[in-house]
Design a protein around this ligand. Structure first.
Ligand code: CP
Length: 298
């Protein structure tokens, strides 16, 4: 694996191997390996992040790799340097892996096509893709539910602006998930979906669900002409304990984070026993460790 740009570059076997490796790493108390100390990783985040940025840093350091967190306010881009030249500069200094988060869709792929040795990981590009999120989500699901071919997974919320929803569609398609249902208001139905079916009815969508994934409203990606009636949204689409009664009794609840409590999901549901939100965060460290290992071992 030279880069990780989007889930569709992986096949079923490669996804299973990454999740198996992450599971193995999760069981160990120490994953430090002297062999990785000769490699280095840089984080370059043009959008806010807690989970992705910190877990990549933790993953790299746990393996023994030095990590550079480039501070955008003091980087030479403020003096007019273009992004590609910044990346080539990091490459010339010997950085081996770059994790980039950017508002521009396709930027990770563009960079990967224009550098020589540095390996690019897409940490989220606009509303296009967030591959490591999909991998950690699937790892979390598989820890609780064994046969994905029999599962009904439901994603609820702002599907139109969500890179998480896109990458989940890809991974569910590749792994042949039994049913994927996307629940969203009329205004957020995307022009195209790659897998699953769409409904505007939360009750209908969530019926018999095994897994319910709530999404944050991505206001930062709204076009100037887009608006939202938040009260109406909360009334019709917020995940509550009451609405969860339509799902299977052992259904699990997930959210990629950050959570806006009381908006897309009730605070009580976030903190309930069936919520795996913090387990997703934990698994994120091990999935990212597995991805770093695969990029450096091959
Ligand atoms: N899920 C996710 O990408 O979270 P952060 O924005 O905190 O990285």
């Amino acid at each position: 694996m030279k880069n990780l740009l989007e889930i569709s570059q992986l096949n079923n076997q490669q996804i299973k191997e990454l999740i198996a490796l992450a599971t193995e790493l999760k069981k160990k108390s120490c994953n430090f390996d002297q062999n990785y100390s000769k490699f280095s990783m840089a984080n370059l985040f043009y959008e806010p992040s807690t989970r992705t940025r910190v877990s990549f840093e933790l993953a790299a350091k746990s393996l023994g790799m030095p990590v550079i967190n480039l501070d955008l306010k003091s980087s030479s881009e403020t003096k007019g340097e273009i992004l590609l030249d910044t990346i080539k500069t990091l490459e010339a200094m010997g950085i081996n892996i770059l994790v980039i988060r950017h508002q521009k869709e396709g930027i990770a792929e563009f960079l990967s096509n224009n550098v020589k040795t540095i390996k690019i990981i897409n940490g989220g590009d606009g509303k296009h893709a967030h591959p490591t999120q999909a991998l950690l989500d699937m790892m979390t699901i598989l820890e609780k539910k064994s046969d994905v071919k029999k599962l009904k997974i439901v994603i609820v919320g702002d599907i139109k602006h969500s890179r998480v929803a896109n990458s989940l569609q890809s991974i569910c398609s590749i792994m042949q998930v039994g049913e994927l249902c996307l629940v969203t208001p009329e205004q957020w139905i995307p022009q195209a979906i790659s897998f699953g079916n769409i409904t505007t009815s939360l009750k209908q969508g969530i019926k018999n669900a095994d897994v319910v994934i709530a999404l944050r409203i991505q206001k930062e990606r709204f076009l100037p002409e887009e608006s939202l009636n938040i009260d109406s949204y909360c009334q019709n689409y917020r995940i509550t304990n009451e609405i969860m009664q339509y799902a299977k009794s052992d259904a699990i609840i997930m959210h990629p984070g950050p959570v806006n409590r009381g908006i897309e999901i009730d605070s009580k549901v976030v903190d309930s026993d069936r919520s795996l939100i913090l387990e997703q965060v934990k698994n994120g460290v091990f999935i990212r460790m597995a991805v770093l290992k695969r990029l450096l071992d091959n």
